[in-house]
Design a protein around this ligand. Structure first.
Ligand SMILES: NC(=O)c1ccc[n+]([C@@H]2O[C@H](COP(=O)([O-])OP(=O)(O)OC[C@H]3O[C@@H](n4cnc5c(N)ncnc54)[C@H](OP(=O)(O)O)[C@@H]3O)[C@@H](O)[C@H]2O)c1
Length: 274
């Protein structure tokens, strides 16, 4: 019998790409699920989902843009139902800490009838080197409306390690792992560590939400994106997540990678050289 494929949604993104690399190295049959993959997977177009799910036994579900975005709950419900009907027996959900809407999506996956694992994560380190914070870092000034609150940034490599374990080993079924890094840092602290590791001068400026939103609107970013950013930098960063968890230790029996280690690795890879 041929082994069923593992579908990695967001398989070209920060966590998904790493999961695909690890599964491929282990010779686990894997399919990338994203708009640029073949067959393509598009959250807004459910007519494409059956092709992506054909022959699939396990799915890493990374929703885009965020489980707190409008329409996410309906999409997760419809997708998990179809996945289970198509023969998927194991679902691993990437979720976010401190988001009630994400927690509703977790409940949907838990009730799907498949073996489930939830990875409820804090903000990723890699936002600073592979995402929206890279450009301002390269420009030498990061202006954000982030309050002076500590966030336990978590490494995408740690999330990928936990996801691969959950996708390949039954013992993680029925587990919710809350994944954080080992240290609380404010955005100002994180930028200072990156400046140190990269040897660059990078200024951190705290701006008001009104000024930040005005800049985003001026750049003609879609209203839904602006609303999401506003939500993430106010509600999710209001201090509710300013504590560490032992989720990675429970999942993998080891400590999470520290932000300083991430900053050293990213600097060495040339991420902040422009
Ligand atoms: N970033 C964080 O700090 C953080 C923290 C906690 C939880 N999360 C959660 O992680 C998830 C991923 O977010 P991320 O920012 O880290 O992004 P990401 O995974 O780095 O990138 C997005 C991925 O989704 C794919 N994608 C984009 N639009 C799509 C669409 N309409 N349909 C299907 N696939 C699409 C992209 O590939 P293509 O361009 O090829 O389509 C890419 O593989 C979100 O649910 C977010 O809430 C993120």
């Amino acid at each position: 019998m041929t082994a069923r494929t593992t579908l990695v949604l967001g398989g070209t993104g920060k966590t998904g790409r790493r999961i695909v690399e690890q599964l491929t190295a282990r010779k686990v049959p894997v399919r990338v699920g994203s708009r640029t993959a073949t067959p393509s997977f598009v959250w807004e177009d459910s007519s494409r989902w059956p092709a992506a799910l054909a022959g699939v036994g396990a799915v890493y579900i990374s929703y885009y843009p965020d489980l707190a975005a409008p329409g996410a709950t309906d999409a997760i419900r419809a997708f998990t139902e179809l996945a289970v009907r198509s023969g998927a027996r194991r679902l691993v959900l990437l979720s976010g800490r401190g988001e009630p809407e994400a927690q509703r999506c977790e409940e949907i996956v838990k009730a799907s009838g498949a073996q489930w694992t939830v990875l409820r994560c804090s903000w990723f380190n890699q936002n600073f080197s592979e995402n929206y914070l890279l450009e301002p870092i390269l420009a030498g000034e990061v202006a954000l409306p982030a309050p002076n609150v500590g966030e336990p940034f978590v490494d995408a490599d740690d999330i990928a390690d936990a996801a691969v374990a959950a996708l390949t080993d039954d013992k993680h079924a029925g587990q919710l792992y809350e994944l954080t890094g080992p240290r609380l840092l404010t955005f100002a602290d994180a930028i200072a560590e990156i400046a140190r590791a990269s040897g660059r001068e990078i200024r951190y400026v705290q701006v008001s939400m009104e000024d930040y939103v005005a800049v985003l609107e001026q750049a003609q970013l879609p209203a839904e994106f602006v609303a999401l950013i506003k939500y993430l930098f106010t509600e999710v960063l209001d201090g509710r997540n300013a504590h560490l968890t032992d989720g990675l230790h429970r999942a993998l029996g080891r400590a999470p990678r520290d932000f300083a280690e991430y900053a050293r690795r990213a600097a060495a890879s040339g991420a902040w050289q422009g």
